[in-house]
Design a protein around this ligand. Structure first.
Ligand code: NFS
Ligand code: SF4
Length: 657
């Protein structure tokens, strides 16, 4: 009986309001027929805790947990006397610490791998992009002239290790930060030392009875977040490029139609590219292909999801089946023979769904095990042991498929794989490879500004809808959009990753796209590749004509469907770098409190960027465009845009006549 009442309390999911992804919707309908529950269903039946949503509670000690009132935030304080601003700032800080820890731990793993490859202990990987190695080394003042590539690499390793372990001094990539931005950071003492130190200090300061001034906590939030953006994440990107190749535009398919009924389907979902690279080697192995054929399959089909998938489509054109909110639903196809996961954004709910459909679910990283999933440890010194075993398990499951299979027949082709280096080359051409043409097009107004639209999907909002509406509105207004992670996949599914999508852009942006042959939306890869946006912005400042600091640039950022603590760390490092950053879904701080005012305005007055919030994509676009226009005006380039649009209108009239 208890179960019945529980069941009857469950709100039914309205699939039409849950997602605009047709494949996901089709699988949600099938899941309901099959009696299978997903995060969509759980979100519908579980209301978010209203006190937690406002960040109005503290459980940092056992005198509490203390609960304040969001409607009267200054009406009371915690048992220790902590005010609402302290409590919110500490909660926010812990999100930053956790998010930054995730990215920097990932980056540190990449760096460990790099060391082992360079020292010859790991033979399965090698330096794929020596040019990038030299460029990164040179950017850190490491001598590259007439030196052995391995010596340069070892020096680079030692230098980059400071990103994590350094106790005093500035992290290596602080050298990439424009001078005026760095001056602001130094003034407020937020230049990161090493990430480990910053995260440790932030955890210390947010302990009961330590830092109880929201402004002081916020500065340590900035320092920790910057150790992610210009530290851990940037190292992850640069090292992955050096080891696995710097992305260049490549054609790739997205969506669930990438699964193939007559092949052994293997999905890799997570964040670290090394696992994926080795599975790629496994599925290319003639012996394993033969084993698949012997089992009656036409071949092995490797497909990515989430961030490591976004990285693999960018680097190799490996097909991508969907973003975060589709990881459970894709198992409902019954066609996934094995799913291998490593770290981050792996729902525990996967185990249950995998079990329902007989999909073999494997964890591979010592940091992440899931009850009910099998664990095959991925050991970098012998990676193929793990990845071959995953492939064999998939073949075995293929042979014994019991479930009826239903694969949504939807596949969206597009061009992925833009990098800071390629944007350089693409716009400048091989002879004058530089950011000058980008800056010129911004100065003359064809491109109004640049927006980074990134981050997760979240079952509290209609999947993909906020991303897609926002990006369409931005490009219509001549804002060039760069993307990463699950947002990139949302727009690729909506068809915006083709050069033909340029017709959806405003007259100025579409002219640039047509001249260069690029889509109006550029995918840069995974969430750690947000660091590519920082590097590109720094390059725009260095190239000249758009101000002296990152805060001067006509750029803005958004994570319209965010859900993870990593997103908060990313948001804070963009804000601390000088960028106006808008989040959707919800914002975990009570409006009109002092801490809120600091994040949403006070920081900007100090020379940083600021936060913004709205759940509405159209309003979000207008906020970002207004900010871009404000920056254009401050740079004195607002008139140029009016002129160029007028010229274009004249020309169009002439053409029409
Ligand atoms: Ni970013 Fe990637 Fe996706 Fe969000 Fe998760 S996969 S690191 S956190 S959900 S974009
Ligand atoms: Fe309450 Fe203060 Fe303890 Fe937090 S730290 S639970 S506000 S007494």
């Amino acid at each position: 009986m208890g179960k019945d009442t529980e069941e009857s309390k469950k709100k039914t999911l309205n699939i039409k309001d849950a997602t605009i992804c047709d494949a996901t919707a089709q699988m949600l309908r099938k899941a309901e027929k099959d009696g299978v529950e997903t995060a969509f269903h759980r979100a519908a039946s579980m209301k978010a805790c209203p006190i937690g949503a406002d960040s109005a509670c503290c459980k940092h000690c056992s005198m509490g947990p203390c609960r304040l009132n969001a409607r009267d935030p200054y009406g009371k304080v915690g048992v220790c006397g902590a005010t609402i601003d302290t409590i919110q700032a500490r909660n926010f800080a812990r999100m930053v610490a956790s998010g930054a820890a995730a990215h920097t731990d990932h980056g540190m793993s990449m760096l460990d791998l790099f060391r082992e490859v360079v020292s010859g202990h790991i033979k399965d990987y090698s330096i794929k992009d020596p040019i990038k190695l030299e460029e990164v080394a040179a950017s850190l003042d490491i001598d590259t002239e007439d030196r052995d590539i391995n010596d340069i690499a070892m020096d680079l390793y030692k230098e980059l290790e400071r990103t994590y372990t350094q106790v005093e001094g500035e992290i290596p990539f602080a050298k990439r930060v424009p001078k005026k931005t760095l001056e602001t950071w130094r003034k407020y003492d937020v230049v990161p030392r090493g990430a480990m130190r910053e995260i440790m200090e932030l955890m210390h300061r947010t302990h009961m009875g330590v830092d109880q001034h929201y402004e002081n906590i916020t500065h340590q939030c900035s320092r920790t977040a910057l150790s992610d953006g210009w530290g851990g994440s940037m190292v992850a990107t640069e090292i992955s490029d050096i080891l696995f190749g710097t992305p260049k535009p490549v054609q790739g398919d997205v969506n669930m139609g990438c699964l193939k009924e007559n092949e052994v389907n293997i999905i890799i979902h997570g964040h670290e590219p090394n696992l994926f690279e080795s599975v790629l080697a496994s599925v290319d192995d003639p012996n394993l292909i033969q084993e698949a054929k012997d089992a009656g399959a036409h071949g092995l089909n490797l497909v990515g999801m989430c961030c490591s998938g976004a990285e693999m489509i960018s680097r190799h054109g490996v097909p991508h089946a969907g973003n975060f909110m589709s990881t459970e639903t894709i198992l409902v196809t019954g066609a996934v023979d094995a799913m291998g996961v490593d770290v981050q954004c792996i729902k525990q709910g996967l185990a249950q769904v995998a079990d329902c459909y007989g999909t073999k679910l494997f964890t591979t990283n010592p940091r992440c095990r899931i009850e009910g999933a099998d664990h095959i440890e991925f050991i970098e010194h012998k990676p193929r042991e793990c990845t071959d075993a995953i492939v064999r398990a998939a073949i075995d499951r293929f042979k014994n498929r019991k479930m009826p299979i239903e694969i949504p027949n939807i596949k969206n082709p597009g061009i992925h794989g833009f990098s800071m280096e390629y944007i350089n080359y693409m716009l400048g051409g091989s002879f004058r490879s530089s950011y000058k043409p980008l800056n010129e097009n911004i100065i003359n107004g064809r491109i109004r500004g640049v927006a980074g639209v990134v981050g997760c999907t979240n079952p509290r909002v209609k999947q993909d809808w906020v991303h897609v509406e926002l990006v369409k509105e931005l490009i219509k207004n001549d804002v060039l959009v760069v993307q990463t992670g699950c947002s990139q996949i949302a727009l690729a599914k909506a068809g915006l990753y083709t050069p033909e999508a340029a017709v959806m852009a405003g007259p100025g942006l579409s002219e640039v796209c047509e001249t260069v042959g690029m889509p109006p939306v550029l995918g840069l890869g995974s969430c750690v590749d947000n660091s590519r946006i920082l590097t590109a912005c720094a390059e725009m400042v260095r190239t000249g004509g758009l101000g002296d600091s990152l805060a001067d640039l006509p750029v803005a950022g958004a994570a319209p469907e965010w859900m993870s603590e990593k997103a908060i760390s990313i948001g804070q490092y963009f804000v601390a770098s000088g960028v106006f950053t808008v989040f959707g879904v919800t914002y975990p701080i009570i409006e009109e409190t002092k801490f809120h005012k600091l994040l949403f305005g006070g920081l900007e007055e100090m020379g940083f960027g600021k936060w913004g919030f709205t759940a509405d994509p159209h309003e979000m676009a207008q906020m970002m465009i207004a900010h871009i226009d404000k920056k254009r005006k401050a740079l004195g380039i607002d008139r140029a845009r009016e002129r160029v649009l007028m010229d274009m209108a004249d020309r169009q009239k002439l053409e029409a006549a």
